[in-house]
Design a protein around this ligand. Structure first.
Ligand code: MN
Length: 317
């Protein structure tokens, strides 16, 4: 009964409520990232959208690029269309420049997130910036594709350019400290790590991204290895834990660099212990849309007819 009440409460992730959690999510399956290339020959690792793991509703794709060799990224992503979903670009190092066919353009710099709702259609290009080409260095970014609900697929396109300083940076929560702090779990020292709340909510902090369906997107750094931290993730969401850097242990299972763990719908608590001192993790969770998908490349619609229309519209300009 306590468990049911916790679920009925609003999806808030406060330290007090972490104490009331009765069940842990379990790992459904772990997949290694798949090295591939896309665009005009950009080398990347694909975690979601692979033959093994095609889609995790509402998430369609998750890629990571990380290289200090210009040959790996210089080709970029020349003009290409998107319809029916959102692309979320999370910049960790280097600079990305985007420009669309109706004159929108901008620079995405480290720590920034671009949440682009392609919806009824955007044709754009994505390249490392000219400034970055001059200085060189490490180019690291993730791109996530989030599906749109049926009634939002043909809305007006929208950009949310979210700058690093507008993303709340929240201390981690030390695992199982209810007995120490009474009804509250204990926040870790900020030097031990943090959660950047891009979308959704963590420990009462709400992320700046507006989403079309309930989504949590947390960019996490864990600087203290061998210490367990707790995360409360909405029951019923599809949940992906992606090891961006370092390695972790969850429920006795070791996850290495660029693994993705798919977690159970059931349960809320996930306890993560870093195995390396510079460990970085992305957690994404989303309420499944449970709608039919007709997808081909950069078009993700609900029916074959809509898909054909998308391709026709693109060819006609
Ligand atoms: Mn694109």
């Amino acid at each position: 009964m306590i468990h049911v009440l916790a679920v009925l409460e609003k999806n808030s992730n406060t330290a007090t409520e972490l104490c009331n959690m009765t069940s842990s999510k379990i790992i459904s399956k772990v997949y290694p990232g798949m090295p591939t290339s896309d665009g005009a020959g950009v080398k990347l690792t694909r975690m979601l959208g692979t033959p093994e793991l095609e889609i995790l509703d509402p998430f369609l794709m998750l890629d990571r690029m990380d290289s200090d060799d210009p040959d790996a990224y210089i080709a970029g992503f020349p003009n290409h269309p998107h319809r029916g979903f959102e692309t979320v670009t999370i910049m960790h190092s280097g600079q990305m420049r985007h420009e669309d066919s109706v004159g929108n353009s901008g620079l995405i710099t480290p720590g920034d997130v671009q949440w682009m709702t392609a919806a009824r259609g955007i044709v754009h290009e994505e390249f490392h910036s000219r400034e970055f080409a001059k200085t060189g260095g490490t180019f690291e970014m993730c791109q996530l594709w989030v599906n749109l609900p049926k009634d939002k697929k043909m809305v007006k396109p929208r950009y949310q350019g979210i700058v690093s300083k507008d993303i709340p940076k929240i201390p981690l929560i030390i695992s199982d400290t209810c007995h120490v702090e009474g009804p509250q779990q204990q926040a870790a020292d900020p030097s031990e790590g943090y959660v950047r709340v891009i979308a959704g909510e963590f420990n009462g902090a709400v992320g700046p991204a507006n989403t079309h369906s309930p989504v949590n997107l947390w960019d996490i750094a864990i600087n203290t290895p061998q210490k367990a931290f707790d995360f409360r993730i909405t029951e019923g969401h599809n949940t992906v834990i992606f090891i961006r850097r370092g390695a972790v242990e969850i429920l006795g299972q070791n996850l290495k660099f660029q693994d993705v763990a798919i977690m159970s719908y059931e349960g809320e608590k996930v306890t993560i212990t870093a195995k390396d001192k510079d460990t970085q993790v992305l957690i994404l969770s989303g309420q499944p849309l449970n709608e039919p998908i007709a997808a081909r490349g950069p078009f993700v619609m609900n029916t074959q007819k809509e898909l054909q229309e998308a391709m026709m519209d693109f060819q006609m300009g």
